[in-house]
Design a protein around this ligand. Structure first.
Ligand code: ATP
Ligand code: MG
Length: 437
């Protein structure tokens, strides 16, 4: 990847153009982190780039950005530009092709405004970005208020970079974030979602959450989550503190390789407790909070334009997070049905994080479920083939199509999962015995 990125710059420079690595990859390289992609900035125009390079894909030609394929990798090549005017706080009204120095000025933070010439091995720093990298500071290029008013997403980007890099905010940056927090919600749902996803997959997410809460950003983009701050729980079971403290601890229990859906499920698993609070009984209770949390999570995730499949899976996990221990009381067939659910292991992980989010934490029950799961699945590691079809059932019992068929099929499946039926004729006889009136 790095080698191809050097070659591309060489090709452009050989043709007489200025060309550098730009932005995030220079920042990462100077921090000693391997960049995940290399963006190139140049004074060559898109039409010139198309002539010069073999494989180009136009992705934002109006903005002067093309995608180039080189050495089996893709690279964004952007013509130096200045963005003139942001009347909607979302995208520039027009772009003007210009110099490297002006291109640096349109970028968001000083640490993101650096260029590097890999041929001459030279950093081009028009914005004092190297000094801020040394001081580990997130600082807007230019006037922070203006820069936020131009593009409100920069509020979330500041929070993300500060936390994923482990930096601090420059005092003026932080002041501007707080002042303009109310604008964070104006950003398109897809851009908010993408930023939140980048934050949530990083171990610093709890710190990012605290920052969003501190600045007032959270109340704008996730008001349902903001409500958890300071929200009471029964102290006899939760010495960790309020609902917010519990959620933060649960997130901290996630393993580094935890998938995105599980992360969102842990984050939102108790979001419905604020709507189910009841202290009229012997202690504070949150009856049905798992179902209500799943509903509210659905509202949040739809608002953020997540895919249907993702919303379904995250909400399924949340809805069932209080049901894990029911497996102890279940008949073996039904228990295996649960164990064979595609998301069961993720549900168990959610349960582990939820448990560790509680002080005092006791993983005994969790361990017993895991043990039972392993024992059970050792003898039946996957969903068995169906013994009967709906048509079979209709014929055996002389039934017309209707909900009864599915009931019979489910009953057969539970018997099969319990290991009591394994052959087709056994199943036929069993159905006759059990269901023929
Ligand atoms: P990463 O890809 O690791 O999230 P990055 O710095 O590469 O970090 P990108 O979103 O890929 O971030 O953007 C590449 C560069 O484009 C940034 O480094 C920055 O210079 C510029 N940039 C991106 N988004 C904005 C923005 N909203 N406002 C101003 N400049 C931006
Ligand atoms: Mg990038």
């Amino acid at each position: 990847m790095r080698g191809s990125a050097v070659e591309l710059v060489q090709i452009l420079q050989d043709a007489g153009y200025e060309a550098y690595w730009a932005g995030g990859c220079v920042r990462d390289m100077l921090l000693g982190v391997e960049p995940k992609d290399f963006d190139i900035a140049t004074n060559a125009r898109p039409e010139e780039l198309k002539k010069l390079l073999n494989k180009t894909i136009p992705i934002g030609e109006a903005f002067g950005v093309i995608l180039a394929e080189h050495g089996d990798q893709h690279f964004e090549i952007a013509t130096f530009r200045s963005d003139s005017g942001y009347s909607d706080g979302r995208r520039p009204d027009a772009v003007l092709f210009t110099t490297a120095e002006e291109d640096a000025q349109r970028r968001d933070f000083t640490i993101n405004g650096l260029f590097y010439d890999p041929i001459a091995d030279k950093v081009l720093d028009f914005v004092s970005g190297q000094k801020d990298l040394d001081n580990r500071l997130i600082r807007f290029i230019g006037e922070p208020h203006e820069r936020i008013l131009e593009d409100h997403l920069r509020i979330l980007r500041a929070v993300r970079f500060k936390n994923t890099l482990g930096f601090q905010y420059h005092p003026e940056t932080f002041g501007a974030l707080k002042k303009h927090a109310n604008l964070a919600g104006n950003v398109s749902s897809e851009r908010i979602r993408d930023e939140l996803n980048k934050m949530i997959v990083h171990p610093s997410f709890p710190d990012a959450l605290e920052d969003m809460e501190d600045t007032g950003v959270l109340a704008e983009i996730l008001p349902e989550v903001q409500e958890m701050k300071g929200f009471a729980q029964p102290l006899q079971y939760h010495t960790e503190g309020d609902l917010w403290d519990h959620t933060i601890l649960a997130i901290k229990a996630l393993k580094p390789d935890a998938p995105l859906n599980l992360r969102w499920a842990v984050f939102l698993h108790d979001v419905g407790k604020t709507r189910t609070y009841d202290d009229t009984k012997e202690r504070i209770r949150f009856d049905h909070h798992a179902e209500v949390s799943a509903e509210i999570a659905g509202v949040i995730l739809r608002r953020l334009s997540f895919s249907r499949k993702r919303i379904h899976d995250i909400c399924w996990l949340i809805e069932h997070h209080m049901s894990v221990y029911n497996v102890f009381e279940m008949e073996v067939g039904r228990r295996r049905h649960w164990f064979l659910q595609q998301l069961f292991l993720e549900l168990l992980e959610l349960n582990r994080c939820d448990t560790l989010g509680t002080i005092p934490a006791d993983l005994t029950q969790h361990g017993k479920v895991l043990e039972l799961y392993r024992e059970d699945l050792a003898s039946m590691p996957r969903e068995p083939d169906r013994l009967l079809t709906g048509e079979d059932v209709m014929e055996i019992l002389s039934l017309k199509p209707g909900p009864r068929i599915q009931e019979v099929l489910d009953a057969v499946r539970f018997e099969q999962l319990a290991g009591r039926l394994s052959e087709r004729d056994e199943a036929e006889n069993w159905v006759r015995r059990e269901f023929e009136e």
